[in-house]
Design a protein around this ligand. Structure first.
Ligand code: NDP
Ligand SMILES: O=C1OC[C@@H](O)[C@H](O)[C@H]1O
Length: 366
């Protein structure tokens, strides 16, 4: 018998719609038979919006409850886990409310505004005995897992330099300054919104490399160009050095440029892997194998297809962890989110990007 996980959805924004549609994809289409997902309730700041969202993304299913406050979904006894998809700077408060109501939580990336907020949430999750995970969906998709397996297999030798970029052209001169990508109150800018993706590739390929033994980067160097429109970071680059495996990650993100492809290149001693954009849900990659003098002697292309957008893989992980009584995922556990937030704190510190007073609910260092 498959385990049924009953979800409560917080917010009716664009990614919440994609997530709900993925929850409703039949798990058998991805050869999953042990867990299934049920959308039990949707909460918005307006009950009409919640109902419209259900009509649009869940076929108007009358079994899905529409709420006009987030508190109602936290209190609903028919909800097991909450998916939080509000703007970044609201994640801490929304997740804390859910945790205090003893709900398991899957919280969109970036999990919080800073590492101190995350530490506070993890303490609350422990105290309340609930599962907590950042929605780092890329980590659970088939292609990144195949790339990790290839790197671990050793045929390409050790990874030496990883390049990863995620850019998106948000048309920043023509959108309102209150748009979440531009508004510092909502944690706007490239690093918090797009930065998680180049970073997750560095974590998967370098930090999680078995020879690295989860040794954190010894050095983080960052540079930020802010937009005069609102002062959020428009173009950010950062490098991480992993001394244990003598490897470096060169990472970048921009909100005023289209994505380039390949978005990730992993250069190893005996070959290279090129991952086609978009790096948050890639569907193809190319492997080059080097011969003498590092000349490419063989190339292979791999592609991946599945029904849905790819957010259901992380949802399956949440369902299995909760079924098994776990407090965190082994694949994207608390330490990896903590590393991510520590890197972003450092990048913002070096680049001089501070959020307005009061936006961060717990302020570093704590
Ligand atoms: N995993 C992924 O691929 C993606 C993840 N994300 C992440 O998801 C989060 C939401 O992004 P996205 O869906 O694009 O955002 P949207 O702006 O589309 O939606 C955010 C929703 O949050 C709710 N909300 C609550 N308070 C506020 C507020 N003060 N200002 C604005 N909205 C508010 C609103 O829903 P309501 O009115 O119903 O309460 C709103 O619709 C971000 O943290 C982002 O990083 C975003 C895109 C892709
Ligand atoms: O998570 C995300 O992935 C895709 C981007 O376009 C989006 O802004 C971001 O939040």
């Amino acid at each position: 018998m498959a385990t049924v996980l009953r979800w409560g959805i917080i917010s009716t924004g664009s990614i919440a719609g994609v997530f709900v549609k993925d929850l409703l994809v039949d798990p058998k289409t991805r050869d999953v038979h042990d867990v299934v997902h049920k959308v039990a309730a949707v909460a918005s700041r307006s009950v009409e919006k919640a109902q419209e969202f259900i009509n649009k993304n869940a076929g108007g299913d009358p079994a899905v409850k529409a709420y006009g406050t987030y508190e109602e979904v936290y209190a609903d006894q028919d909800v097991d886990a909450i998916y939080i998809a509000t703007p970044h700077t609201l994640h801490h408060d929304n997740a804390l409310d859910a945790i205090r109501a003893k709900k398991h939580v899957l919280c969109e990336k970036p999990v919080t505004s800073n590492a101190s907020e995350l530490r506070a949430l993890l303490a609350a999750a422990k105290e309340n005995g609930v599962f907590f995970m950042e929605a780092m969906w890329t980590r659970f998709q088939p292609l990144p897992q195949a790339v990790m397996k290839l790197l671990e297999g050793g045929e390409l030798g050790a990874p030496v330099v990883l390049h990863a970029d995620l850019s998106g052209n948000f048309d920043i001169h023509n959108i309102p300054k209150t748009h979440r990508i531009l508004d510092p109150v909502l944690g706007g800018g490239a690093i918090l919104d797009l930065g998680p993706y180049p970073l997750v590739w560095a974590i998967m390929a370098l930090y999680e490399n078995p020879l690295n033994k989860f040794t954190p980067p010894s050095n983080i160097s960052a540079s930020i160009l802010k937009t005069p429109l609102t002062g959020v970071d428009a173009n950010t680059s950062f490098t991480l050095t992993f001394p244990k495996i003598a490897a470096q990650a060169i990472l970048s993100c921009s909100i005023n440029l289209a994505a380039s492809s390949p978005g990730v290149t992993i250069r190893c001693e005996k070959g290279a892997i090129h991952v086609a954009a978009p790096i948050y849900r890639p569907t193809s990659f190319k492997v080059e194998y080097f011969g003498a003098n590092s000349k490419v002697v063989r190339e292979e292309e791999k592609s991946f297809e599945y029904v849905g957008h790819g957010m259901h893989f992380e949802a399956d992980e949440v369902a299995r962890c909760i079924r098994d009584g776990k407090s965190e995922s082994a694949s994207w556990g608390h330490n990896k989110s903590l590393l991510e937030m520590a890197v972003f704190d450092e990048v913002r510190k070096q680049g001089g990007y501070t959020l307005p007073a009061g936006v961060e609910k717990v302020v570093w260092p704590n």
